[in-house]
Design a protein around this ligand. Structure first.
Ligand code: GDP
Length: 290
């Protein structure tokens, strides 16, 4: 991590340490306070911020800086290491045949993400297909179909069929020439038991290797309940954060990562099929602290 990645007040506090070889308790307190401010503003859960603060304080005051290290470099390194611990590594996505199912509330960006991920896999040389099982939201079929056309990837959906489980089953068969199946599911405005029942049945029908929870970057603390419920029903192996091109920094998603014991896989950064990135800790850390 370089100083330029940090927000101006945190950078200012670190720069005040210039020329110092030892950190005082006050120095550490001030830096931790700046970090807390940034993280809370980025919607990171209070409990996670407190844990991180404790680790940084403890290490900064107890660990002996290696010979020749300035106080500023010493704490910068600790902050970076603890932030890496907080955000975690990227979800492992093998470039091989597999089925990935997307879960999340309505409007979180599932359909868009399904097409984006298909585009991403196709650029990696695989042959993806998107299966649209969202029979609940009007327009989901057309939207998915159009985006898949734009991404030039295979698409399966059935606008005349009401049973999403049947679509899922038939979709897997109809696209068996594809090697990566991306299954989009219906969301609701809130978690309802019929949504959970439905996604469990779809899961049984398509037998995915990985279930991803799609969260809007602005989710905040609402992430917790969703993450718990989806994790209990289908098991969540990774999180996708969408709409990171907006002002929200996506810190709430870390709660979902923590609750599910998973990691962040992809980031959505716009409305077109190419606006997808693999999660990468450094960029995300700069964003949270920026
Ligand atoms: P779903 O109900 O979960 O399938 O959500 P959609 O995929 O339909 O997305 C809801 C809205 O968010 C749509 O207008 C999308 O264009 C928009 N959207 C999805 N991902 C992104 C993103 O990364 N950036 C921006 N700006 N908009 C997004």
């Amino acid at each position: 991590m370089v100083l330029d990645d940090l927000g101006s007040s945190l950078r200012g506090s670190l720069n005040k340490l210039q020329g110092k070889s030892r950190l005082s308790k006050e120095d550490v307190e001030e830096i931790v306070k700046e970090i807390q401010r940034s993280l809370l503003q980025a919607d990171v859960e209070v409990a996670l911020v407190m844990d991180l603060s404790k680790s940084i304080k403890k290490r900064a005051l107890e660990e002996e800086p290696p010979g020749g290290t300035t106080a500023r470099d010493h704490i910068l390194k600790i902050v970076y290491e603890e932030m890496v611990e907080l955000v975690g590594d990227s979800t492992e996505i093998p470039l091989e045949p597999q089925t990935i199912m997307l879960a999340g509330l309505q409007g979180s960006g599932k359909t868009t993400t399904a097409a984006k991920m298909a585009w991403w896999f196709s650029k990696k040389g695989l042959r993806p297909a998107v299966i649209q099982t969202d029979t609940f939201r009007p327009g989901a079929y057309d939207q998915a179909k159009q985006m898949c056309e734009r991404a030039e990837v295979e698409f399966y959906g059935d606008p005349d069929e009401e049973d999403p489980v049947k679509i899922a089953r038939e979709g897997m068969e109809a696209t068996d020439d594809a090697d990566v199946h991306i299954v989009d599911t219906a969301g609701r405005h809130a978690l309802e038991s019929d949504l959970i029942d439905e996604i469990e049945e779809i899961e049984e029908a398509v037998n995915p290797e990985l279930n991803l929870l799609v969260l809007d970057a602005a989710i905040g603390q609402g992430a917790k309940k969703q993450a718990q419920e989806f994790d209990n029903s289908i098991g969540i192996g990774g999180v996708v954060i969408t709409k990171l091109d907006g002002t929200a920094k996506g810190g709430g998603a870390l709660t979902a990562v923590n609750e599910t014991g998973s990691s962040i896989s992809f980031l959505g950064t716009g409305e077109t099929v190419q606006d997808i990135e693999r999660f990468e800790p450094n960029g995300f850390i700069s964003r949270l602290l920026g």
